[in-house]
Write a protein that binds this ligand. Structure first.
Ligand SMILES: Nc1nc2c(ncn2[C@@H]2O[C@H](COP(=O)(O)OP(=O)(O)OP(=O)(O)O)[C@@H](O)[C@H]2O)c(=O)[nH]1
Ligand SMILES: [Mg+2]
Length: 210
């Protein structure tokens, strides 16, 4: 399979202020914004990584945690290969709300086999932490998903969590399936927001595909 033929659509989901955009920026640009710039609607960025000697494009969709954008977010579960459910370990309610985000994802994803990962972010804020590792583990075990603790601020486990989700997705897919899904996604792309380096998703159609 040639370069970039594998594209995985990953969604970042969770309450406002938990650090979804910060995780994405730390993963792509190695930076964490100092202040909160609420995401408006949905944005995406992508990054090519290598997994099992294959080039894999991770197309990461960063959603808004604000209630008023919830109906927009729901549309983006379509064709998602994996979802990161993010909470802030210093805010109890962001962890409690993960169950609601899970319900949303199950109701709106057309790919019932999408992979899920729970992320407890902001672990650098040791003094303010209220959600313990055991709570994250118990909940994620119950929901049959892996969990990771991250700091988008200092970068702890940020690459790891994206790579683990990608590996989890790829474990279940054959090369043929990936190629067919990629072609299908390209055909059905229609609604876009800002992409990395000004790239329009329309421009991502590959030669020789479909
Ligand atoms: N200390 C610390 N602060 C963080 C971390 N991650 C994010 N922040 C801060 O938390 C605030 C909110 O981060 P965002 O990434 O904008 O949050 P978001 O989840 O994208 O929020 P919405 O776009 O409104 O849904 C910002 O001020 C970040 O600097 C972290 O791991 N540690
Ligand atoms: Mg954001």
């Amino acid at each position: 399979m040639s370069e970039q033929e594998i594209t995985l659509k990953i969604l970042l989901i969770g309450d406002s202020f938990v650090g979804k955009t910060s995780l994405l920026l730390q993963f792509i640009d190695r930076e964490c914004p100092e202040s909160h710039m609420a995401t408006i609607g949905v944005e995406f960025k992508d990054k090519i990584v290598e997994i099992n000697k294959k080039k894999v494009k991770l197309q990461v969709w960063d959603t808004s945690g604000q209630e008023r954008y919830r109906s927009i977010t729901k549309n983006f579960y379509r064709n998602a290969d994996g979802v990161m459910f993010v909470c802030d370990v210093t805010k109890e309610n962001t962890f409690g709300n993960i169950k609601n985000w899970l319900i949303d994802s199950e109701q709106n994803a057309n790919n019932s086999n999408f992979k899920k990962i729970l992320v407890g972010n902001k672990i650098d804020l040791i003094e303010e932490r209220v959600i313990k590792s055991e709570q994250l583990e118990t909940f994620s075990n119950k929901k049959n998903m892996k969990c990771f603790e991250t700091s988008a601020k200092d970068g702890t486990n940020v690459d790891l969590v994206f790579m683990e989700l990608a590996k989890l997705i790829l474990k279940d897919k054959s090369d043929q399936q990936i190629k067919e899904e990629f072609c299908h996604k390209n055909r059905s792309l229609s609604v876009f927001s800002k992409g990395s380096e000004g790239e329009s998703k329309h421009s991502q159609k590959k030669k020789g595909c479909c």
